[in-house]
Design a binder for this molecule. Structure first.
Ligand code: 3PG
Length: 395
């Protein structure tokens, strides 16, 4: 796809779709600004070329009406500090007031439109809404990797009206996933965890045909263990996925993929802080106990396996890492990746949260800013927001 470097942006009005959907804490403050920081290269690139930068994004899931705590002024203020220049937060994203504010901009100025999802038309990909957004600018840049799996007006509607190119973050995200999936340096390992197999089935299906090793952790290990005939205690076993898991195991065997399950696990009666925990062999999970994390033996084995890999992609935590008692497995895998001399890609969502929380993000090759979008890439499926952009080489 065509990128922002292949189009003349000098002095132009440029509408940048960013993903500023940042987590907020209880007081409504920004809990983690990773996504805001990730958008800086594109914004700086445009400002340096005297473009008039019109940023837009969604925040949270408002139901098509204004929700005060989801106003983007929070993000504008943070951006302004990071960019060291004023970022004006507008009170809407379309309409005459927005149009006149945009018309008054000078080269190098930055404004941020109000939360797109305050209008129900955004999620419906309403053509008239997309046209009104497009009217604000001469060029459209998609830098919202994290929202590119959504066929919403600002993602797929606006590019129908304007020259539409990828921003630097989008380019980096897409390029990284494409490279590791299509031409990884081997051995190539994937670590897949998280609560449920059903969330990751398409990813597992795609990745099994590409990796040398597949490591399974997290709550979903219960369904894999059950498919091998072990009892999983009171862990949630997705009985409707047992066949799918069996087929994955068969494909792994056919292709010579090493499929590793945790040999031991941390179990508890409930997934709560302060409950007593025990480490047990995965084949001997007591009745009434739930898998809360991989065990220390599994962490050792996974770490050893990963140390020999040249490329690792990781999506899904090894345990309920938000609770300190169940964080160790996730921390050990994060540390194994941080120490690896090879390509390490953190596939977004809670895995990114974990790596950021452990302070290891800087030691990874790439930490994705996408949740659902990263899963879509790992599943080998196209992202509507990328498909909508101009092809490379188009004038
Ligand atoms: C995300 O956080 O994954 C993106 O910003 C998309 O948000 P959504 O799931 O509310 O569409």
């Amino acid at each position: 796809k065509k990128t922002v470097r292949e189009i003349d942006v000098r002095g132009k009005r440029v509408l940048v779709r960013a993903d500023f959907n940042v987590p907020l804490d209880e007081d409504g403050a920004i809990a983690d600004d990773t996504r805001i920081r990730a958008s800086l290269p594109t914004i700086r690139y445009l400002c340096e070329r005297d473009a008039r930068v019109i940023l837009c994004s969604h925040l949270g899931r408002p139901k098509g009406v204004v929700e005060e705590r989801l106003r983007l002024v929070l993000v504008a203020n943070r951006l302004s500090v990071l960019l060291d220049q004023p970022v004006v937060a507008l009170r809407d994203c379309i309409g005459p007031e927005v149009e006149s504010a945009v018309a008054a901009m000078n080269g190098g100025d930055v404004v941020l439109l109000e939360n797109l999802r305050f209008h129900p038309e955004e999620k419906k990909d309403d053509p008239a809404f997309a046209e009104r957004l497009a009217r604000l600018a001469e060029i459209y840049v998609n830098d919202a990797f994290g929202a590119s799996h959504r066929a919403h007006a600002s993602v797929v509607g606006v590019p129908e009206h304007l020259p539409a190119v990828a921003g630097l973050l989008l380019e980096k995200e897409i390029g990284t996933f494409a490279r590791i999936l299509e031409d990884p340096e081997r051995p190539f390992a994937a670590v897949i965890g998280g609560a449920k197999v059903s969330d990751k089935l398409e990813v597992l299906d795609n990745i099994i045909s590409r990796v040398d090793t597949l490591i399974i952790g997290g709550g979903m290990a219960a369904t894999f263990l059950a498919s091998r005939g072990y009892g999983a205690g009171a862990s949630y076993v997705e009985t409707d996925r047992l066949d799918a898991v069996r087929r994955l195991e068969e494909r792994a065997t056919e292709r010579g993929v090493r499929l590793l399950l945790p040999g031991d696990v941390v179990v508890a009666e409930r997934l709560e802080a302060g409950v007593p925990t025990r480490v047990v062999p995965a084949a001997e999970i007591p009745d009434g106990r739930i898998i809360a994390d991989i065990g220390p033996g599994a962490a050792d084995e996974f770490s050893r396996e990963l140390a020999g890999s040249r490329t690792v992609v990781w999506n899904g935590p090894m345990g309920v890492f938000e609770i300190p008692e169940f964080a160790e497995g996730t921390r050990r895998v994060a540390a194994a990746l941080a120490n690896l001399r090879g390509t390490t890609v953190i596939g977004g969502g809670s895995t990114t949260d974990a790596v950021v929380r452990f302070g290891l993000a800087d030691q990874m090759t790439h930490v994705s800013t996408g949740g659902g979008a990263a899963l879509t890439m790992l599943a080998g499926k196209p992202l509507p927001g990328v498909t909508a952009l101009d092809d490379a080489g188009t004038p």
